[in-house]
Write a protein that binds this ligand. Structure first.
Ligand code: NAP
Ligand code: GLV
Length: 312
């Protein structure tokens, strides 16, 4: 914020909660630049109000909260933060996988509750990651970073991606096999999601897909909540169709306290923190600020979601 304060005339929402819609609608009409978070819905209503807007910059790599088509129609470039959060997010997907496999949260609660009496050969038996099969859905920056980690764990890796197949394999890619989604689901011990949220990926994992998975499988979601049908996930977890789900993202966010998923001992939910390391969040904030300042000056954004606006 200090970086931007010295370079622009800023109006900042600094309430503890997400920006109220009414506040955004009130202030956007004077704005030439909009620096937003993934909690802010930048839709046609906002864009109609924002008649002076030259740039939208989000401090995230995902931009499903922004109506990019509407921005493009108005010639407004949209900036995001690809790359700088890739490794941190992949670390976290792995952390969730290990936490689920080795029952770390349950074990910690057991100690804290004073239940630990003695070492036992069968206490908190879990699953091995090494030697297991990992299914990666969405093989972009983060999916590939997860595959690199999986290689170090001697995991077998299956990948399903929208436009990739065995023929399009790059020799620098970590060892893995491209398969279709049903094959990936049926053969993976761990399934991790790394697709962007869009029409085609909404409820990509629903009742039918969960049914295809192994009963012992762990599902990890660090992509976006609506990629998984949460009602179907609840059914699958409570019936034992899959063993565990570890969710960094939910639908909606924050998850409602009375959401049935929170009643399950085989579901771990954390509050959308996969990219939350100090270094990475600083890089994301700076990258978003640089996108914003470039747009305000009328220069091309260093990381633009809709470069077609420059070709008009
Ligand atoms: P990316 O490099 O664009 O990768 C996304 C990949 O998903 C692309 O390879 C894309 O393939 C593939 N894909 C798209 N539709 C698909 C489908 N229907 N089935 C299978 N694959 C599909 O993006 P990224 O940087 O890895 O980030 C991925 C997403 O992670 C972001 O959009 C964001 O929502 C989420 N994220 C969350 C956090 C967090 O804090 N939890 C942090 C960072 C990112 P094609 O190019 O072939 O379509
Ligand atoms: C976080 O979820 C991001 O998309 O950067």
């Amino acid at each position: 914020m200090i970086f931007l304060q010295s370079r622009s005339d800023l109006t900042v929402w600094d309430g503890g909660q997400a920006v109220p819609r009414s506040w955004m609608l009130e202030h956007v009409s004077d704005a030439e630049g909009l620096y937003c978070l993934l909690t802010d819905s930048v839709d046609a209503e906002i864009l109609i109000k924002a008649s002076r807007l030259k740039v939208v910059s989000t401090m995230a790599v995902g931009f499903d909260n922004i109506d990019v088509a509407e921005c493009s129609k108005r010639g407004i470039p949209v900036g995001h933060t690809p790359g700088v959060l890739t490794e941190t997010t992949a670390d976290f997907a792995f952390a969730l996988m290990m936490t689920a496999a080795r029952r770390i949260v349950e074990g910690a609660a057991y100690v804290q509750n004073g239940q630990w009496q003695t070492w036992s050969p069968t206490l908190f038996l879990g699953q091995d990651l090494h030697g297991a099969t990992l299914g990666i859905i969405g093989f972009g920056r983060i999916g590939q970073a997860v595959a690199r980690r999986a290689a170090g764990f001697d995991m077998k890796v299956l990948v399903s991606g929208s436009s990739r197949n065995e023929q399009s394999k790059d020799k620098n890619e970590p060892p893995m096999k491209y398969v279709d989604l049903p094959t990936l689901l049926a053969n993976s011990d761990f399934v991790t999601l790394h697709v962007p949220l869009k029409k085609e990926t909404q409820h990509l994992i629903g009742a039918r897909e969960l049914k295809l998975m192994k009963k012992t499988a762990v599902l990890v979601n660090t992509a976006r909540g609506p990629v998984v049908n949460s009602k179907a996930l609840y059914q699958a977890l409570s019936r034992g169709d899959i063993a565990f789900a570890a969710l960094d993202v939910t639908d909606p966010e924050p998850i409602k306290l009375d959401d049935p998923l929170l009643t399950l001992s085989n579901c771990l939910v954390v509050p959308h923190i996969a990219s939350a390391s100090v270094t990475t969040r600083n890089k994301m904030a700076m990258m978003a600020a640089e996108n914003l300042l470039a747009g305000l000056k009328g220069n091309p954004l260093p990381h633009c979601v809709n470069p077609e606006v420059y070709r008009r």
